[in-house]
Ligand binder design. Structure first.
Ligand code: HEM
Length: 73
């Protein structure tokens, strides 16, 4: 069973808060400190860019996509 959270579609505010908590040393549930090391050098702008990327649910766009009309002419 997958025990980790999905990043895709994660609300932007939650994503940013989590990244800041790891980066600034206020969240410690990454046993090997991998997440803190990853987040540590990120700027606020870089975190926001990542948040925008993951918050965008690409599958919704695919699900709503309409097939293009095929012309027989
Ligand atoms: C593109 C790279 C990464 C992104 C965007 C990312 C993002 C995140 C976010 C947003 C969370 C919070 C999830 C939540 O609160 O539900 C998280 C948690 C975590 N990340 Fe990362 N992460 C990345 C890379 C890494 C790496 C390289 C490691 C370890 C080597 C790592 C280890 C963890 C751990 C252990 C947690 C805690 C999981 C939990 O609370 O259940 N992450 N990550």
């Amino acid at each position: 069973m997958n025990e980790t959270t999905a990043l895709r579609g994660m609300p932007k505010e939650y994503f940013i808060r989590s990244m800041e908590l790891f980066r600034d040393g206020h969240r410690h549930n990454d046993t090997a400190r991998g997440m803190s090391q990853f987040a540590q050098p990120l700027t606020d702008a870089e975190i926001e860019t990542l948040a925008n990327y993951y918050a965008c649910d690409a599958t919704a766009q695919v699900a709503n996509a309409q097939p293009k009309e095929v012309s027989s002419q």
